[in-house]
Ligand binder design. Structure first.
Ligand code: ZN
Ligand code: ZN
Length: 364
C-alpha cells in the first residue's frame, strides 16, 4: 500500500467518527497530502467507497504522473466545480457530507445547500490536519533532506560572506545556494537582520551592510520539494560583547534544555515552559515574546504549536521547531532554532548546524 493509500484509509476512519459519509477536501495542501497531486484548483471527495479527485484538463498529464491509480473526474472546460462534485455525491448516495471548516467558504456551503437539498452538510474540524501531525517515513526523509540543503547553503554563504554585503545580498545568496543543492526553493523569505534589526522577530532584509554591526541573525530553511526545514543562527561578524555572550548563553541553555525535554507523552506547553523558565530566571522573560516552536511539514507553520496553553501531547513522528529567543529593542536579538523529530525514546535533532557561540564567529 502506498503512503497515500494508507493516509486515505486512516482518513476514512476519522470521517466515520465525525458522523459523515464523506468529506469534501477543499484545502489544496490537504489534497496534496492525501493524493500526491501538487497542482491546485482541485478537490478530493473522500468516502469509504471511493476517493475521487475532481480536477480539470490542464492537469491530466500531471495527475497521471503524480497519482497513478487515483479515481479522477476531469471537468470539461467551462464546467464549474460544484455541480461536478454534486453529481458524484448523488451517484454515491451520500447523505451526510463533511466540509473542512477551516477552508470551506460560506458561499461554497450555500451553493452546496442549494444544489444538494437532500444532503446534510457537516462542518468538520481539522480531520486531515490531525493525520498530518504525525509524519511517516517518506515525510521524515524529505524533511531530513530539507535540513541538509539548508545547512549546505548556509555553510557556503558563511564561507563567502564579506562586510560589504547587505542583508538582501545574504538572503539572495542563501536562496541561490539552496537551489544549487537541490532545493525547490527556500521555505520562506529568509530573515537576515544585522545588529539592532535582530530585535524584530520577523525582520525583512534591507540594504543594511553586514559590517555595520558585530552580529547578525539569520532565519532560513529549504523546501526539498514539498517538505520544509526552518533554522535560525546568530553569526558573529565583529567582536563578542559581554552582553551578547550573556544573552546567547541563556538562549542556548534554554534551547538545549527544551530539546532535552521533547519526548513521547510530554505536552507542548510543558516543553515551552522548560525554555521559558530558564529565560525568566535569567531576568529576560519579558524579552521572549513568542511561542517556543511549531510543527513543520508541507507548510512552514503547522500543528502542533509549542506554546503556553497548548495541551497536545507529543507523539513519535511529530516534527517541531525549538526556537527560544531574547529580543531587546535598540540592541538586537538572539534566537536559536532547530528542527526536532519526536521519537519513542526522546527526540532526534534533524538540523545539524553548529551552535556553540565560538562556532558562530566568522573567521576574518
Ligand atoms: Zn525560523
Ligand atoms: Zn520557525
Amino acid at each position: 500500500m502506498s503512503s497515500f493509500d494508507s493516509r486515505r484509509k486512516k482518513l476514512n476512519k476519522l470521517i466515520e467518527q465525525a458522523g459523515a459519509d464523506a468529506l469534501l477536501v477543499t484545502n489544496f495542501t490537504n489534497v496534496t497530502y492525501l493524493t500526491g497531486f501538487t497542482g491546485d484548483d482541485s478537490y478530493l471527495l473522500a468516502s469509504a467507497d471511493a476517493h475521487v479527485l475532481v480536477s480539470d484538463g490542464r492537469y491530466t498529464t500531471q495527475l497521471e504522473e503524480e497519482c497513478p491509480g487515483l479515481k479522477l473526474e476531469i471537468r470539461e472546460p467551462g464546467k464549474k466545480m460544484l455541480p461536478v462534485v454534486a453529481r458524484i455525491v448523488e451517484r454515491a448516495k451520500i447523505k451526510r457530507l463533511g466540509l473542512e471548516g477551516a477552508s470551506a467558504t460560506l458561499s461554497l456551503k450555500e451553493s452546496l445547500t442549494e444544489i444538494l437539498p437532500n444532503v446534510e452538510l457537516l462542518t468538520t474540524d481539522g480531520l486531515v490536519e490531525r493525520l498530518r501531525l504525525v509524519k511517516d517515513k517518506g515525510e521524515i526523509e524529505a524533511t531530513r533532506v530539507a535540513c541538509q540543503q539548508a545547512r549546505r547553503a548556509y555553510e557556503v554563504v558563511r564561507a563567502t560572506i564579506t562586510p560589504d554585503m547587505t542583508e538582501l545580498d545574504v538572503a539572495a545568496e542563501l536562496e541561490y545556494r539552496a537551489r544549487r543543492f537541490g532545493a525547490k526553493a527556500l521555505s520562506f523569505p529568509p530573515i537576515v537582520a544585522v545588529g539592532q534589526r535582530a530585535a524584530l522577530p520577523h525582520a525583512r532584509p534591507t540594504q543594511r551592510r553586514i559590517g555595520d554591526d558585530d552580529f547578525m541573525l539569520v532565519d532560513w530553511g529549504a523546501n526539498s520539494g514539498q517538505y520544509m526545514s526552518d533554522l535560525t543562527r546568530v553569526l558573529v561578524t565583529g567582536r563578542i560583547s559581554p552582553k551578547l555572550r550573556k544573552i546567547y548563553g541563556v538562549v542556548l541553555k534554554a534551547q538545549l534544555a527544551a530539546i532535552d525535554a521533547v519526548g513521547l507523552g510530554k505536552t507542548c506547553e510543558q516543553v515551552d515552559r522548560v525554555a521559558r523558565n530558564i529565560i525568566s530566571r535569567a531576568g529576560m522573560g519579558d524579552a521572549f515574546g513568542h511561542g517556543l516552536g511549531h510543527g513543520i511539514g508541507l507548510e512552514i507553520h503547522e500543528a502542533p504549536r509549542l506554546a503556553v496553553g497548548q495541551k497536545t501531547r507529543l507523539q513519535p513522528g511529530m516534527i517541531v521547531t525549538v526556537e527560544p529567543g531574547v529580543y531587546l529593542p535598540g540592541w538586537g536579538g538572539v534566537r536559536i532554532e532547530d528542527d526536532v523529530l519526536v521519537t519513542r525514546t526522546g527526540c532526534e535533532v534533524l538540523s545539524d548546524v553548529p551552535k556553540q557561540l565560538d562556532d558562530c564567529v566568522l573567521e576574518s
